[in-house]
Design a protein around this ligand. Structure first.
Ligand code: DAT
Ligand code: MG
Length: 151
């Protein structure tokens, strides 16, 4: 079972879209295993976006993610990494598939509402960067067999 880090960025929080976005993940069948509402420090932002350091949008990206609180979560499920990125849509909202979060609620790449891990390696790194092991809850959901069943 995969786990993936999801952030609802400051624009999502400010615009009152926490419920809308998490509802889509819940409705799809993904399972929430950790969540915290937090102000991101410059140190955490820089570690999270280290791969983008030096790019023209890097400084603005750090300012954006630290500008106001975020909702950080870990979601679990079969192919959770691909599933969540599909639910969020392409990085540039005008290229995001209709029905995706970024298509339905965003216009600009600099205000694209969410972050989601893009591979098993980055998911592992990002989960350990954002959450302590004791903040992650392994739990039995009564609907798991109806969502995670293989035939
Ligand atoms: P994603 O968030 O879809 O994984 P990414 O990892 O390529 O996208 O980039 C991280 C964030 O950086 C992205 O959500 C928004 C910002 N970003 C990426 N490309 C950008 C660009 N060309 N101009 C402005 N911001 C950009
Ligand atoms: Mg990315």
């Amino acid at each position: 079972m995969e786990q993936t880090l999801v952030l609802i960025k400051p624009d999502g929080v400010q615009r009152g879209l926490i419920g809308e976005i998490t509802a889509r993940l819940e409705r799809r069948g993904l399972k929430l295993i950790a969540a915290k509402f937090m102000q991101v420090s410059p140190e955490l932002a820089e570690a999270h976006y280290a791969i983008h350091k030096g790019k023209p949008f890097y400084e603005g990206l750090i300012r954006y993610i630290t500008s106001s609180p975020v909702m950080a979560m870990i979601w679990e499920g079969p192919e959770a990494i691909a599933a969540v990125r599909q639910t969020m849509g392409a990085t540039k909202p005008t290229e995001a598939a209709p029905g995706s979060v970024r298509h339905d609620f965003a216009l600009e790449v600099g205000r694209n509402l969410t972050h989601a891990s893009d591979s098993p390696e980055t998911a592992f790194q990002e989960i350990s960067l954002w959450f302590k092991p004791e903040e992650i809850i392994s739990w039995e959901r009564s609907t798991d067999p109806w969502l995670f069943g293989k035939n």
